[in-house]
Design a protein around this ligand. Structure first.
Ligand code: GRG
Length: 271
């Protein structure tokens, strides 16, 4: 069986479980957007990592499902709020929640998703519950901090590569790291192994965000799922931007700054 087939098996198992648990009822205006964003798909990378890590440490995939679900619910919540902050039109190739409904609905449904994600931990014994909740709270706060750095950097033209790396570590990679560590926790792995897998996930998350930044500039609009060039239009400080700036001569730097400050209306031919 190829690696792709193995990953697909985890994904199928996870999506079956997600569909079973994603049966939210009233009020419809609160829960329809939750069901909508979760049904849009996505790679399901984080929950797959939770399941695979649990199994690698001798745990059962079924037992790790609620932790995996918490991570995916949280990830989707952060996308809904991120799309509001960026006023993004597309997510996973489809209309974003705040565009399909409205901003207030997106905020409240996102809030509900954040709470729901914590509730999935309730199925675990107290000790595991406490450990998962502590890790999750630490992670959520770091994601918030990473998002704030990202926003702060939009109006700065002197962001350094170490600053950028710290921003993506918090915004993106800590959740990947936590997803893996949660798999280790539910499988009762040794503390040192759980910490080692967290470190692995942290580096994987950084590499993942570098690729996401690259795809924002050069991805195929048909498969990228988001608006290509969206980060550039928002004046986001991506690695690509910083490295181009570092290498550029003084004159070119001015040109680059101009290029990266383009407004949405004149974006298409310059990106
Ligand atoms: C944590 C309280 C609290 C607030 C959230 C909005 C926000 C603060 C943070 C946004 C964080 C964010 C959206 C980071 C980007 C992460 C990222 C690379 C998303 C894309 O992930 P993929 O490619 O998406 O795995 P799919 O569609 O495959 O699920």
């Amino acid at each position: 069986m190829s690696d792709i087939d193995i990953i697909s098996q985890y994904r199928d198992q996870f999506v079956t479980y997600l569909n079973k648990r994603n049966q939210l009822g009233e009020p419809k205006n609160l829960y329809e957007p939750v069901k909508y964003i979760l049904a849009l798909g996505g790679k399901r990378m984080r929950p797959i990592l939770t399941l695979m890590t649990a199994e690698a440490f001798g745990g059962k995939v079924e037992y790790a499902m609620d932790a995996a679900l918490a991570v995916e619910m949280f990830h989707n919540f952060s996308l809904v709020h991120d799309d509001i902050m960026d006023d993004a039109p597309l997510r996973r190739g489809k209309t974003t929640v705040h565009e399909k409904w409205d901003v207030n609905t997106g905020i409240l449904s996102g809030d509900a998703m954040l709470i729901l994600s914590y509730q999935f931990f309730e199925s675990y014994p107290t000790e595991t519950y406490v450990e998962l909740t502590k890790l999750f709270s630490k992670t959520a706060l770091e994601v918030c901090e990473g998002q704030q750095y990202d926003v702060d950097f939009e109006i700065r033209d002197d962001v350094t590569v170490p600053e950028y790396l710290k921003m993506i570590e918090y915004k993106t990679s800590v959740l990947v790291a936590a997803a893996m560590k949660m798999g280790a926790i539910v499988a009762n792995a040794l503390q040192k192994d759980a910490d080692a897998i967290y470190e692995f996930g942290r580096n994987l998350g950084i590499a993942f965000q570098l690729q996401d930044d690259y795809l924002d500039a050069f991805g195929d609009p048909k498969t990228f799922g988001k608006q290509v060039g969206g980060d550039i239009m928002e004046n986001k400080k991506t690695y690509l931007y910083l490295k181009s700036l570092e290498k550029a001569s003084k004159d070119d730097q001015e040109g680059l700054l101009h290029l990266y400050s383009i407004k949405p209306d004149d974006s298409t031919d310059k990106v």
